[in-house]
Design a protein around this ligand. Structure first.
Ligand code: PLP
Length: 377
């Protein structure tokens, strides 16, 4: 008997019914440009979804949104910016685009996100050394909300704005309020592996309409209001295409379903693997609702983690170690950091399991079976 099974991906795009209609409309009306009705419609639907009096600018990527967001918060050459160390490199790279210096802060165990305690310690130490950080980048990693109130309180105590990296957390909430809408600036990503996708894209979320307008101005080459092309500032080409925004409008219609599917993946993994004493899951704290973008497990050691990862790989199932902390990355080896070992330990022991909203029950069963066998070896 030959068993034919297809590759199981970590997190693959999951397209609904409406996307092609919006994209076709863009073609039919010749709005094949980095502006048009889909861009406006997509922004409006994100604004109404986030439902917290925010203004949204659709951009070419989440990274572009972080870059412009830091500019709006006044970050420039020579400044210091505090960044959660346990994250994807895109959270930190834009700090360097601006000639500023990342200062990395470790995570706490409850949420795996920035530790309010170490954040405060880092800020006080930077101030004692003569420079107050210009901004704080906090990340809702894997969709799990960071301790929003504590981080906000520390920021307010020292007068430092928070940039909320919600690239992985669309659909998550904290105290009933949607992630992405808490920060002075919020950031969303619609890359192909995120909870919803435009193939590639992102958005900047602002409480203040002036921030949105400035972001759109900077994202469209910073054109002044004149009949010719007049520029008082250096601009960027960061606006989202009207074609891709059409995909985004369709994806917004199925966002709730996608969150439900990913949460149900988590629930099933936990039901089937939760009794194994060597496997731990990250639980939600009170007031937190996680979109479960990726289901992550913690194993007893890096050797255990590798045993599972390689056993999955052997049968064409993609899994991935948790993010390697930024303070351990060669690209950032000259940056200062405030850590207590938490994120390094998570990186060593943690593994992301296939978590796409388009996975079938049989796919999950295959993953679970391989893990159970690997655990007994
Ligand atoms: C994906 C991601 C980004 C960057 O988004 P892109 O749209 O891929 O540029 C930023 N931060 C985090 C935490 C991410 O996961």
């Amino acid at each position: 008997m030959t068993i034919t099974s297809t590759k199981i991906w970590l997190s693959s795009p999951h397209i609904g019914e409406g996307e092609q209609r919006y994209v076709k409309e863009a073609f039919d009306t010749n709005w094949v440009a980095p502006l048009g009705p889909n861009v406006n419609g997509f922004e409006a639907s994100i604004e109404s979804y986030l439902d917290n009096d925010v203004h949204v600018a659709a951009l070419s990527s989440g990274t572009a949104a972080i870059h412009l967001g830091l500019m709006l918060l006044g970050v420039s050459n020579g400044d210091e910016v505090i960044c959660q160390s346990f994250t994807f490199s895109a959270s930190a790279n834009p700090i360097c685009y601006l000639g500023a210096k990342p200062i990395f802060v470790d995570s706490e165990k409850d949420t795996w996100n920035i530790s309010p305690f170490l954040l405060k310690k880092a800020i006080e130490d930077r101030i004692a050394r003569g420079k107050k950080p210009k901004a704080i980048i906090a990340v809702h990693l894997y969709g799990m909300p960071y301790k929003v109130n504590e981080v906000k309180a520390v920021g307010e105590q020292y007068g430092i704005p928070v940039l909320e990296d919600s690239a992985e957390a669309l659909g998550s909430t904290y105290a009933g309020v949607k992630c992405g809408s808490f920060g002075d600036i919020g950031v969303l990503s619609f890359n192909g592996n995120k909870i919803i996708t435009t193939s590639g894209g992102g958005a900047l979320v602002a409480k203040n309409k002036k921030y949105k307008d400035k972001a759109v101005y900077l994202a469209t080459q910073a054109r002044d209001n004149a009949p010719h092309y007049q520029h008082s500032e250096v601009g960027y080409n960061y606006r989202m295409s009207n074609v891709l925004a059409g995909i985004g409008r369709g994806q917004m219609e199925v966002l709730d379903d996608r969150v439900a599917a990913r949460r149900s993946n988590f629930k099933y993994y936990k039901q089937e693997l939760g009794h194994i004493s060597e496997i731990e899951f990250l639980e939600e704290m009170p007031e937190m609702y996680c979109n479960r973008w990726l289901t992550c497990i913690l194993t007893p050691s890096v050797q255990f983690r590798e045993r599972i990862r390689l056993a999955l790989q052997e049968v064409d199932i993609e899994s991935r170690p948790l993010w390697k902390p930024m303070h351990l990355q060669p690209a950032f080896e000259n940056c200062d950091y405030y850590v207590d070992g938490t994120s390094e330990d998570l990186f060593d022991r943690g593994l992301c399991l296939p978590s796409g909203s388009n996975l079938q029950m049989g796919d999950l069963d295959r993953v679970i079976e391989v893990i159970k066998i690997a655990m007994t070896k």
